[in-house]
Design a protein around this ligand. Sequence first.
Ligand SMILES: [Zn+2]
Length: 423
Amino acid sequence: MVLGRIFPKITKFYLDGSPAEAEIAYPDKVRRVHIRLGGQEEQITAGPEGVIYITKGYPSALQIKWALKLQKKKFLPYFKFFEAASLAYPDVSARLSQQDPDFVHHSALEGSYPVRYRIVRSSRRKNTQIAFEGGLLVVHCPARLTDFEVELELQKSASKIIQFLEKMRRGAPAAEKEPAPARAASSIRLADGAEVQIIWQPGKRKSISISMPNSEQLLVKYPSRTSREKVMGWVLSQQAWIQKKRQNSLGKEDSNRVFFEKLSSEQEITLLDVKRKVRLSSVRKESGVFDDEIVLWVKDANLTRDQFLEVLVKTIKKWALTALQEEFELKLAQMGPFRYPYRKFFLTSAKTRWGSCSSRGHIRIHWNAVFVTKAEREYLYTHEAAHLTEMNHSSRFWQLVEVHCPDYKRARAMLHSRTLGFL
Ligand SMILES: [Zn+2]
């Protein structure tokens, strides 16, 4: 954390003495910018890889410091966007700084929808227009726009573009393809005002079942012989359940989003109390967790946010099995002997429990344990190991826990305040 540096710090100068590089201190980290000077119009703008263009003459270092200080807030979303993009798409910065007219750019709308596009610049153009030509998005724009600014324009119209591309993908005007059934609603409005889309799935089955794949959709499976009105009647009676489920998945999506945003800005994850940088690699053929970094092997740099998370989670889980088992067995060695033998160690992804111990000596520890502090893991291991002697939660059990983990109450409270399955 860098606090108190009000003005950007100039760190490099051009040969003629004008500032070339500066460091801007943000609450989360210091960001370095390259300064490009000169030009006709009065303008200051951020570009790829933290390039700040300051046009209009050749201002002094102090003037530049002021200009950067005043625009500091404005730059932040640009930086964040770029940091996120270059994490998910390692060569995006390189691509964005190219000016080849036939160059095909890759991007992700709203952070996850992959698109390819071409930029056509014209000095006569006053505004930007996005068209679909020959299977590719083409952005017609004024000559002065940098690739980065074009990217921002694209992101601004993201939802419209996605809608359009989806329509193209389905190959027909949306209205013709999906005649909305007049007799059964396609969405349901909950008592709290939220609207949830219904996906009807008739099939060979005897009963109706509902589930929520995400906070916006309700999947309704029902016997194909039953009418939708009837099914709907039943669905409506399940409002309370739907509302509760929706809140749950909203919470999960939220922590997912927070986690990813945090990751994008820091590009670091703490596993077993050690901070490790996340790095994408197309060279190394295997993903893995190392002392100071997490390397994710990706074949295609154009992966979506979800694909990225999938690789990340898989990599961490694979490593977590041995890492957590080693820690657990160390604790076990300190605590023994036990009444029942310990036989096997498993990872779980259970929704509500951090760990379990069966009478067969099978220990299960939630893989999310790699994210919690040492104290919390100590308690978790002690708790499960104590079950090898006391298969219950009696006062004798808690005494045993206390002997081997004196500060267990605090660790326990901390552990239970966390959300499980936040990935
Ligand atoms: Zn227990």
